[in-house]
Write a protein that binds this ligand. Sequence first.
Ligand code: FMN
Length: 354
Amino acid sequence: MSRLFSSLTLRDTTFRNRLWVAPMCQYSAVDGYAAEWHHVHLAQFASGGAGLVVTEATAVSSEGRISPEDTGIWDDARADAWRPIVDALHRRGAVAGIQLAHAGRKASTWSPFSGERGTVPADRGGWTTVAPSAVAFDGYATPRPLDADGIERVVADFAAAARRAVDVGFDVLEVHAAHGYLLHQFLSPLSNLRDDAYGGTLENRMRLLVRVVAAVREAAPAAVVFVRLSATDWAEGGWDVDDTVAASRAVRDAGADLIDVSSGGLVAHQRITTGPAYQAGFAARVRAEADVPVNAVGMIDDARLAEHLVASDQVDAVMAAREWLRDPHFALRAAGELGADAPWPPQYERARRR
Ligand SMILES: Cc1cc2nc3c(=O)[nH]c(=O)nc-3n(C[C@H](O)[C@H](O)[C@H](O)COP(=O)(O)O)c2cc1C
């Protein structure tokens, strides 16, 4: 019996298996609207057997976009663009998740396809970025520190985005608090130099994230809420695994159902040691010490490795990103390798056996 291909239930949502699609920016939206590319891209993973498909980082406000080509959900029209995509995921048996995001000081950047790097200037479609403090990410523009009203607006934007996401049918709302984006910028002492209630002590630095999670929970009482955290900044004096355990407990108490454990992205001078499942140990620590469901992510490309992580009770589920790009039917293949019952679409049944 494969544990990877056993179902998992969180609140009222049942995932058919525990091999999931991680959020992946596509830099293919026009003016914040999810488009045909997103539909084809995401639906293929559901046909390919994924238990959960999570959208790319989707901005809760227009200035929260990483690049001008990111999707958004800051109004009803942009939310509606997701509706046919959510329906396509559901029709193919997958749970539909959206990653709710604000890029903070890493917003308004060129898409990787543009051939340019750094911050997009205002006269080419960029905007002034915001952050906890006026500390720039290496090579990017210096952000404007958020004042008290700005912080209230961020909380309200996440809550409104959560409400819209549920309205168009999303089951899972993932709060993006990793990879050096706005909520992570508040968590880390390397980017948060504030001396008010949102800076200084660990509790103060976690305050915005905890408020956002509580607001999302209140706005979407029945939704499954994930929080993506970077377990470490991989840099001297930065956010670390002990802090991550503390934050996981705090967001669990504020209404989060699962922690999606990633790492890095806050500073350019990070020194990351990678390898197969290199972040899974962080996830296992969070699960054991914060007593909350977790998923591992990061270089888990192999069915047996994914199965081992779940079957040995280190994690509850596995997300992958790049392996789904290499093979959009990763779950069908993985189930075959593990001798599990794969959710093959009947349309593809004739290809199932060689
Ligand atoms: C094309 C691409 C886009 C990504 N965009 C996002 C994103 O929008 N949000 C996010 O949290 N992580 C993003 N990531 C990181 C992935 O979710 C994942 O954590 C990372 O790629 C490690 O998993 P992997 O080794 O299976 O690819 C992206 C990764 C890729 C390859």
